[in-house]
Structures are given as structure tokens and as C-alpha cells.
Design a protein around this ligand. Structure first.
Ligand code: MN
Ligand code: MN
Length: 300
């Protein structure tokens, strides 16, 4: 069950109305790296989790993310509060309209959503469950959670950089810092499960786990621990990169007699004739710049 406390998790002091800034803040309300996505990610993972320790952590963090959603949503509502009231009760003046439409989505936010925090990103794209990429295995989900927290931290960092309001900066810094704390919890939880690599249960085929495929060639090849040294067998030769299984690298599938007959008919019907030199629309319309074409001989 859930409780609600009327106090925010962190104090929000907004200096003045700023609908454009409110629109940018929507990125962390209804965007892919935002707080709703984070809350739903951990809440659904927690529901499905069997391990008592991970379940507790996921539910704690999911609930905290909803509290973050409340903070960022409150910032958006405060930034929009004055314009919302003016739009509702006063005669809009030219300056109000100019302020509302200063970036591509702030007028939508103001006029269609009435200045309330809408579940959209800063470009007006509605929130979607597709932002949550859980796969139902802790060795993969915890890694994805770590990356999600890293992205959320970066978006906060960028929002802090474009905010002039010290009160908002302060609250965003808190939200950013909490994502660092969550990253640490997820890292610890991942490594509290031993082993956790490779993800899942099936082991990899030892014939291929230590191959480094040097497939991008023709420029500088920087070598480091990620692609050379005693952990790796580096495969640079182009021929050696094909048919790693030692087979012929060819392909095939077993067809039923009915499928085979149909494929034979289709192959015959769509056969390419390399002897033909057909005249095409390109020749019929050819002018300067057409390149080489099979033009018919011209009448003298
Ligand atoms: Mn958060
Ligand atoms: Mn977080």
C-alpha cells in the first residue's frame, strides 16, 4: 500500500514564472529518463522480484522516484502558476502570448494542458511504457537500472546548467545526487549476486567468448585491455573472420516438397537475364547528367 505525506522530499523554491523552463523540466517528468519512467521501472521489477533483499530495495527506490516525480512536477507547476492564472482569469496581452510561445512546446503546455504538469517530454511526446526495458532477470535489469540512473543524472546535470533560478538549481542538484545514490545501490545489489556474469543461466560457448573481432580496419587501431592482451584472441585476418564455426559459411533451410516446388516456380518467374540490355524509362527521358545509358542509335 502507499501513503502520501504532504511535505515534499525536498524544499522547492521557485523565484518567478518561466513557462519555457517549465517545458524543459518536463523531460524529467514524462520523458524517457524521467522520474515516472524510473518509478515504473523499479515498481514493476519489484513486483516480480523473488529475492527479499532486491525486492525491498526496488520498492524503496520506486517509492522514492515517485517522490522525485512530485518534486519535479511541483517545480513545473510553480513555473507555470502565474501564466496559468493569467490565462484563466485575465485578458491575455501581447507580452503574455510572446512568453507562452517562446519555445516549440510551451504554448501547448500552457494552452492545451492548462499549465499543469502533463505526462509528456520536453518536446510534447506522451510518456510511454516503452521507456521501461525490464527483461525479468536481475543480472540484466540491474545493469539497465545502473545505465538508467546514469542517464537521469546527466539530464539533471544539463537542466542545472540551463537554469538561472538558485532554488530550482538546488532542488535539481538534490534529485541528481539521489540518482548517484541509486546507482550505488544497484551496483552493490548486482555484485551481491555471485556470479552475475554472463547474464542469465546458459554459459557462453568457450570457442567464441574470448575472440576480439577486429572488423573495422583501414585507419587507426587503438589497442587496450578491451581488445588485446592475454584475455583476447584478436582476429584481424578478413578470411578468418568469416565462418568462425569452421564450416563453409553457406546457408540453407529444409523445405517441404510443396514449398520447394513453389520456390522453384518463383525463382524461374523472377529470373535475371544477364544477356538482356533493356531500354528503360531512364533512356526515354535522358538528358545531360544522366551518365552512361543504352541509348538507341539516332536517325541521321
Ligand atoms: Mn529520481
Ligand atoms: Mn533514481
Amino acid at each position: 500500500m502507499f501513503f502520501h505525506h504532504k511535505k515534499l522530499m525536498y524544499t522547492v523554491r521557485v523565484r518567478q514564472s518561466d513557462p519555457q523552463l517549465a517545458t524543459l523540466m518536463l523531460e524529467q517528468f514524462g520523458g524517457p529518463q524521467g522520474e515516472l519512467a524510473a518509478a515504473m521501472r523499479y515498481f514493476t521489477q519489484g513486483l516480480g522480484e523473488c529475492d527479499a533483499g532486491r525486492k525491498d530495495m526496488l520498492m524503496d527506490i520506486a517509492t522514492e522516484e515517485i517522490s522525485h516525480l512530485e518534486i519535479i512536477g511541483t517545480i513545473i507547476a510553480m513555473l507555470n502558476r502565474g501564466p496559468k492564472a493569467v490565462q484563466s482569469e485575465a485578458m491575455l496581452e501581447a507580452e503574455d502570448m510572446r512568453q507562452l510561445g517562446q519555445n516549440s512546446t510551451s504554448h501547448t503546455e500552457q494552452i492545451l494542458y492548462g499549465g499543469g504538469p502533463a505526462l509528456v517530454n520536453s518536446s510534447g511526446v506522451p510518456w510511454t511504457a516503452a521507456y521501461v526495458d525490464s527483461i525479468g532477470d536481475p543480472s540484466a535489469d540491474l545493469r539497465s537500472n545502473i545505465a538508467a540512473e546514469a542517464r537521469a543524472k546527466l539530464v539533471y546535470e544539463r537542466l542545472i546548467n540551463i537554469t538561472g533560478d538558485p532554488g530550482i538549481k538546488d532542488a535539481l542538484r538534490f534529485l541528481m545526487t539521489r540518482e548517484i545514490a541509486h546507482m550505488k545501490s544497484f551496483e552493490k545489489a548486482l555484485h551481491s549476486m555471485q556470479p552475475n556474469f554472463p547474464p542469465g543461466k546458459l554459459p557462453g560457448d568457450p570457442a567464441y567468448t574470448d575472440l576480439y573481432m577486429d572488423m573495422s580496419q583501414g585507419g587507426q587501431d587503438l589497442q587496450g585491455s578491451w581488445n588485446s592482451g592475454e584475455l583476447w584472441e584478436r582476429v584481424t585476418d578478413r578470411e578468418a573472420q568469416a565462418a568462425l564455426d569452421g564450416g563453409d559459411g553457406d546457408y540453407g533451410v529444409g523445405l517441404t516438397p510443396r514449398e520447394q516446388a513453389a520456390e522453384d516456380a518463383m525463382t524461374l518467374r523472377t529470373l535475371s537475364d544477364p544477356a538482356l540490355r533493356p531500354m528503360t524509362g531512364a533512356e526515354l527521358g535522358a538528358g545531360p547528367g544522366s551518365g552512361a545509358l543504352d541509348l538507341p542509335p539516332r536517325e541521321p
